[in-house]
Design a protein. Structure first.
Length: 168
């Protein structure tokens, strides 16, 4: 995650801006009507955002499909809002940039070339958190633990084997 919801919103909207005018018009149609649960709206989000930037595997792994199918929409709406583009929840003003330098433990920051999180945010967080390491998957998306598993888990294992954790 980014260190602030505002940063997240800026970047997710940059991803949206890359969509064709026709696709953006379709999204706006549903958003203006506030029909976020319309299956057509969901199909557009899946095809143009989630399948590119959340999980690049086709089909999605069963645990991810199950998770989406069982998410508590009421809680998600309270915290985030109706979806990734319409952030209206109580996390809208969430911002931790000024607190990152307080983190004193070894920290592994992970991102991916096809993520819904801005890699510039990951690198900035890495500069602000002392004793941090950064891994950016060149092939992965937001859930790199599925679409770039080998590298993802090797990086975690190597990080945990460092002198800071004494796991060897």
């Amino acid at each position: 995650m980014s260190a602030s919801m505002k940063s997240y919103e800026i970047y997710i909207n940059k991803l949206r801006d890359k969509l064709s005018a026709e696709i953006k018009k379709q999204l706006e149609y549903f958003e203006n009507k506030k029909t976020f649960e319309d299956p057509e709206y969901s199909k557009i989000l899946f095809k143009y955002i989630y399948s590119q930037n959340f999980c690049r595997l086709d089909p999605w792994p069963e645990p991810i499909v199950r998770t989406f199918g069982h998410k508590n929409k009421a809680i998600y709406d309270i915290m985030q809002g109706p979806n990734d583009f319409c952030v209206t929840g109580n996390l809208k003003s969430w911002d931790r940039w000024k607190d990152l330098n307080k983190i004193k433990i070894p920290t592994l920051l992970m991102g991916a070339a096809h993520d819904v999180i801005d890699l510039n945010d990951i690198y900035t967080m890495g500069k602000l958190i002392n004793n941090s390491k950064i891994f950016i998957s060149q092939n992965g998306s937001h859930i790199t633990f599925y679409d770039d598993q080998q590298k993802y888990f090797q990086v975690i294992i190597n990080f945990l084997k460092t002198k800071h954790f004494n796991l060897e």
